[in-house]
Design a protein around this ligand. Structure first.
Ligand code: HEM
Length: 405
């Protein structure tokens, strides 16, 4: 329990920390990796470079400080982060290391403003906040392990099939090396893969949404090739496309994440994706075909053009088997070949189109794609009166609250 005094100090200094949040978290990561380079085996170096991880951490700490006396308000946000931590193997013993470096960074950035009393109050608050994370994560580890065929941490998988979906996207089919079945998952969830890429000093972790339905003996991920081979993301995606071959091994953590289809509901659903954001939608669509083939589904997808529009054939087959599914397709730069065929709308998904075409405000909306795309979709849906709780979205990368960022 924190004393009233500690709570007061933390709340009253939270705005100062928020103002310097990004500076503090940037210092924090610098010091953390100087003193504990082994943690670079867990963190995503691309997110560090883009500053997105720093922003996500700073936002969370500010929110935690503001709600320090009613942390239950933050539980949904904690769960989402905890899913990510669990999928990366973050453990209780890591928390004191992070806490120590966070306090050091606060001192370094705030200088004399950060009196001993303030630092002690923040130390105590960090203890309480981290215990909430540790408890939630311990439950998640136990849940992953206790599932049929489940495991904790990472397990060796083998690439059993590699399939090029188009010029940009390749699917990898992964089966456990010990030939056991794979645990079920919720359509929309992701796995973390951990790779030892030749020439890289540290292990590399990446999350990919599963693109197949639960119930198969493999997990399928579908990876977009990034154009620039020298960026961290480019290196990983090009490695997966060009160098990883059938029979190669990689480490996989059990499916995780809170973006998934609400299976209990039979309400109409809209699956809205931009580009590679289509992957969790394919899992949902495959699942719906098996379990709820008569559910009303509207699949809205935006791609640059027909050449990079993924899963065309698979979707066509699924639509022919689903009883009440419709697709609206948008190409913002159609090719001459595309223009010879119907079946797409030229341009981006505009507010006017949403107003005219989305009439059922009680439907559930699942959105995944690039950040500006998601921001535009969420904003448009809110403007036509869709309730917040019916809008579900997934980031690729550290979560940033789209409405505040
Ligand atoms: C991700 C907060 C402790 C390692 C994140 C994210 C947030 C966050 C907001 C972004 C979530 C997302 O990607 O959706 C916190 C808070 C902590 C804490 C508030 C303490 C109370 C730790 C600890 C570790 C850790 C102890 C382990 C050393 C990571 C990693 C990621 C992550 C590896 C994924 C980010 C990436 O690879 O870019 N954390 N975290 N975190 N956290 Fe934590």
């Amino acid at each position: 329990m924190l004393s009233t005094k500690t709570i007061e100090i933390v709340k009253s200094t939270a705005p100062v920390l928020a103002e310097k949040g990004l500076e503090i978290t940037s210092h924090f990561y610098k010091r953390l990796f100087e003193n504990h380079p082994e943690l670079l085996n867990i963190f995503n170096h691309a997110n560090q470079k883009q500053g997105r991880q720093q922003t996500a951490l700073a936002n969370t700490i500010y929110a935690a400080a503001t709600y320090i006396d009613q942390l239950e308000v933050l539980l949904p946000a904690v769960k989402q982060i905890a899913y990510k931590h669990r999928s990366l193997g973050v453990k209780p013993e890591h928390y004191p290391i992070v806490g120590e470096h966070l306090l050091l960074a606060i001192k370094e950035v705030l200088g004399e403003v950060a009196s001993d009393e303030i630092i002690q109050a923040w130390g105590a608050a960090y203890g309480v906040i981290s215990q909430v994370f540790i408890d939630v994560e311990n439950e998640m580890y136990a849940e992953a392990k206790n599932q049929p065929y489940g495991w904790e941490g990472f397990k060796k998988f083998v690439v059993v099939k590699k399939q090029q979906e188009n010029n940009l996207i390749t699917s990898l089919y992964l089966e456990p090396m010990d030939k056991t079945a794979v645990p079920s998952f919720q359509p929309g969830q992701y796995i973390t893969i951990r790779l030892n890429i030749p020439g890289e000093t540290y292990l590399v972790n990446r999350q990919y949404s599963l693109s197949n339905a639960p119930g198969e003996k493999y997990y399928r991920i579908s990876v977009k090739r990034e154009a620039n081979n020298s960026t961290p993301n480019g290196k990983v995606s090009n490695y997966l496309h060009d160098l990883l071959v059938m029979g190669n091994e990689l480490d996989v953590s059990a499916p995780s994440g809170d973006f998934y289809l609400n299976e209990e509901s039979s309400a109409p659903i809209y699956l809205i994706s931009g580009g590679i954001g289509v992957t969790p939608m394919m899992s949902m669509l495959n699942y719906l075909k098996e379990k709820q083939p008569s559910r009303e589904i509207t699949f809205i997808h935006a791609a640059q053009n027909g050449d990079v529009h993924a899963f065309k054939e698979e979707k066509a087959k699924l639509f022919s088997e689903l009883e009440n599914a419709h697709q609206s397709l948008f190409y913002n730069q159609p090719t001459e070949e595309d223009k010879k065929h119907d079946g797409f709308i030229e341009g981006r998904i505009q507010m006017d189109w949403i107003k005219t075409n989305i009439r059922n405000k009680n439907a559930h909306f699942y959105i995944c794609g690039p950040i500006p795309f998601m921001r535009a979709m969420i904003d448009s849906l809110e403007r036509i009166g869709v309730y917040d709780e019916n809008i579900h979205y997934e980031f690729f990368g550290p979560s940033i609250n789209l409405k505040e960022y």
